[in-house]
Ligand binder design. Structure first.
Ligand SMILES: CC(C)(COP(=O)(O)OP(=O)(O)OC[C@H]1O[C@@H](n2cnc3c(N)ncnc32)[C@H](O)[C@@H]1OP(=O)(O)O)[C@@H](O)C(=O)NCCC(=O)NCCS
Length: 175
């Protein structure tokens, strides 16, 4: 699944701008990772050093595969909305491509996570050429479960991730 470099670096959705992470995104990501509300369902807050490592991981993923997690911004103001996109991961012992999303709390409840998930699905099937995607969350994260459902994912199994119970959902490419 070789992706042409640059094709996914900037994606516009109806209301959001999805951008390949830059060095200059370090501070916005730190801010998100310090936020108790946002991180409650993402394994807890992270130190700035841990956040910086994660940005490096996101950037290395892009450098290797030409897709990954985007930094999500409001196109009009440039404000940081959150992050999300596609990631290669070993899930329960199997290599998979995961759709993930997380938003600053002032942007919750407007359908933005669904918009990011749907853009991720389109990028995966139409550009990356992925045949099957996974998405997972803790069973208690009802909002995220609903986002998965709206983006077309269906329950596959329960499994343990980061020492916590998770619910895995899958979406196969059409045809
Ligand atoms: C979970 C999260 C991504 C949702 O983002 P969002 O932009 O508010 O999600 P959307 O608006 O696209 O969709 C949320 C859906 O959940 C529904 N919902 C809200 N609260 C709910 C609840 N308590 N129980 C069930 N559904 C709920 C909404 O009504 C909406 O569905 P609808 O469109 O059918 O009405 C966001 O809250 C977040 O970033 N949380 C912290 C990080 C996180 O948990 N990320 C996911 C990890 S897997």
């Amino acid at each position: 699944m070789p992706v042409d470099p640059g094709v996914l670096d900037r994606v516009e959705t109806a209301r959001l701008l999805l951008l390949r992470p830059e060095e200059s995104d370090r501070e916005v990501l730190r801010e998100m990772h310090r936020d108790d509300r946002v991180m409650a369902t993402l394994g807890g807050t992270r130190s700035d050093a841990e956040s910086d490592v994660l940005l490096d991981v996101f950037r290395a993923h892009w450098a290797a595969h030409h897709f990954g997690y985007w930094i999500v911004r409001d196109p009009a103001s440039g404000r940081f909305v959150g992050r999300g996109g596609l990631r290669l991961l070993v899930v329960d012992g199997t290599p998979e491509i995961e759709v993930g999303y997380g938003l600053m709390s002032e942007f919750w409840g407007r359908g933005f996570a669904t918009e990011i998930a749907e853009a991720s699905v389109r990028a995966a099937f139409d550009v990356v050429g992925v045949r099957s995607l996974v998405c997972f969350t803790m069973p208690s994260n009802a909002k995220s479960r609903r986002v998965m459902e709206k983006a077309g994912f269906r329950y596959e199994k329960d499994f343990v991730h980061a020492q916590l119970p998770h619910r895995l959902c899958r979406l196969d490419a059409p045809g």
